[in-house]
Every structure is written in structure tokens, then in C-alpha cells.
Design a protein around this ligand. Structure first.
Ligand code: G
Ligand code: G
Ligand code: NA
Ligand code: MN
Length: 254
């Protein structure tokens, strides 16, 4: 059986999981949110890395059902955390260009929030520059709709794709994520440092919250703090965690 056939059954067999990677505010060191990242634990094939199955899901169109599941599952999780008395925090979900192409993202989001009694401000939609490039007006309308609902919008992997500053003025964004390729070299490569610094200034000028991704060392952290970055995400603080481990971490900081 091909990987695609297996993947087709992954949703119905309940083999997909969301892991959650904390985002930490540099102002007070607290976890203010998490990014949901898909994992596939296949009964037959074992753990398949997202780098292997997400491109396949994109190409086959399976990402539509999977993407809907991700949004619903994130909202179910928020409801469960709330019931446990855990502090509220934002959950960011990755939404792909193909999902936006359907035009149904606001409806899917709105239903998932409503079904689980979650206030829109706790959900964040994360998209890449390629999403904005692809059928730009259609996407823009959906982002405006999400924004009007109270959902926040985060621009992922900034500077790695087809960056156009025009997107930053046309699209309603709340957050910008500095890509890990810049963070990786920030203490050793003056160019990466300059790009990260300029990106932060640009984002702050537009009233966007700045998150640095892939922070792995204390040196990177010190540099980012000095630069005025608002939040960090990366192995230095935590890997993406299964839900039980994340709950333990959140209970500790309560
Ligand atoms: O999770 P890392 O944990 O290995 O993820 C690898 C890649 O998969 C990243 O580019 C990430 O953006 C993407 N990814 C992870 N979860 C999702 C998801 O729920 N939807 C989409 N579209 N991409 C995801
Ligand atoms: O494409 P996106 O930015 O959504 O994906 C984030 C990816 O980065 C995921 O695969 C996640 O597991 C990975 N990641 C998160 N923190 C770190 C880190 O500190 N170092 C590295 N190398 N990867 C990370
Ligand atoms: Na992301
Ligand atoms: Mn990213």
C-alpha cells in the first residue's frame, strides 16, 4: 500500500496527533501560547515525520480533511484545558494555501470555536508568504473575516519565501515569525543578525508582535532579547510536546 493510501485512513483511524510547542514571552518568561504541530503515528508504519507526509497531504488534497481536523482538534484541546483549570493561552494552527483555496477557512474556524465554546481571541491562524501570494484577494478576504471574528493572524517563516513588503500593508496581521534560518546564525553571521534586527523594527513599526523561531542556545536568546524580540519558540525552552507533557509544564507555571 502506498503512503498516500495509509494517510487517507489516518484521520478516520485516529492516528493523527497534535503536539504543542510553547511560545515564551521575553518580558516575563511565561508561556503565552503554543503552536500546534501535526504528528502521524501510523499503526502499520510507525511514527512518520511531518516532513514526509505533509507534502504528500498537500499534493493529494488530503490536507483539506486533515487541516479541518487540526482546527477542530486545537479547539477541542482548548476546551479540555479550560475544563482542567489551566491558564488560557493562544493556540496557533498552520493553515496551508490549499485550505485557503477552498474559501472555507472562516466557516471551519467559526464552527470549531462555536462547537467547543472557545473565544476567537485564543485561536491564531499561522500562514506562510506563499499563502498570501496564491490567489491573493481570495485569501485576503478570508483573513479579514477571521480578523473581524477576533482570530489572530501570524505570518510564518518570514523572509524565506516570496517576501513582498506589499503583503505586510495589504494583509491584516498580528504577529510575525522570524524564520529559524536567520535565528540559527544570528550570533555568528552579521547578515542574519542584520535581517533579524531589521525585521523586528519593521514588524514593530506595523504594531506586530515578533516571535523568533528555532531558538536553541542562550547566546541566541540574549541576542534576540537585546534586539527587542517579544517572544521565542524553540528547543532551548521546549520541543513540541504531546498534550500530557504540555499540561504538566503549564501546571508548573500556574
Ligand atoms: O513539526 P515540524 O514539527 O517537523 O513540522 C514540519 C513541517 O510541517 C513544518 O513546515 C510545519 O509548518 C508543517 N506542519 C506541521 N503541522 C502542520 C499542520 O497542521 N498543517 C500544515 N499545513 N503544516 C503543518
Ligand atoms: O514551518 P514551521 O515554522 O511551522 O515549522 C516549525 C518547525 O520547526 C517544526 O518542524 C518544529 O518541530 C521545528 N522546530 C521547532 N523548534 C526548533 C528548534 O529549536 N530547532 C530546530 N532545528 N527546529 C525546531
Ligand atoms: Na508554523
Ligand atoms: Mn515557521
Amino acid at each position: 500500500m502506498s503512503l498516500e493510501v495509509h494517510l487517507r485512513h489516518a484521520v478516520e483511524r485516529n492516528e493523527l496527533r497534535l503536539y504543542f510547542q510553547p511560545q515564551v514571552s521575553l518580558a516575563d518568561g511565561r508561556v503565552t501560547g503554543v503552536e500546534a504541530l501535526l504528528r502521524w503515528q501510523s499503526a502499520e508504519l510507525g511514527m512518520i515525520p511531518p516532513g514526509d507526509f505533509i507534502p504528500l497531504a498537500e499534493d493529494s488534497g488530503l490536507i483539506l480533511d486533515i487541516g479541518t481536523w487540526v482546527i477542530e482538534e486545537a479547539c477541542r484541546q482548548m476546551k479540555a484545558w479550560h475544563a482542567k483549570g489551566l491558564p488560557a493561552m493562544t493556540v496557533a494552527v498552520n493553515v496551508s494555501a490549499r485550505q485557503f483555496a477552498t474559501g472555507t477557512v472562516p466557516a471551519v474556524v467559526s464552527k470549531a470555536l462555536r462547537d467547543n465554546g472557545v473565544a476567537p481571541r485564543w485561536l491564531e491562524v499561522e500562514l506562510t508568504e506563499s499563502v498570501m501570494m496564491h490567489d491573493s484577494e481570495h485569501t485576503q478576504m478570508q483573513l479579514n473575516e477571521l480578523s473581524a471574528m477576533g482570530v489572530s493572524i501570524s505570518l510564518d517563516d518570514f523572509g524565506t519565501g516570496y517576501s513582498s513588503l506589499g503583503y505586510l500593508s495589504r494583509f491584516r496581521l498580528d504577529k510575525l515569525k522570524i524564520d529559524q534560518t536567520f535565528v540559527k546564525n544570528i550570533t555568528t553571521d552579521p547578515r542574519s543578525a542584520a535581517i533579524a534586527r531589521a525585521t523586528t523594527a519593521l514588524a514593530h513599526g506595523l504594531n506586530l508582535v515578533v516571535v523568533a523561531e528555532g531558538v536553541e542556545t542562550e547566546g541566541q536568546l540574549a541576542f534576540l532579547r537585546d534586539m527587542g524580540c517579544d517572544k521565542i519558540q524553540g528547543y532551548l525552552f521546549s520541543r513540541p510536546l504531546p498534550v500530557d507533557e504540555l499540561s504538566v509544564l503549564l501546571l508548573e507555571q500556574r
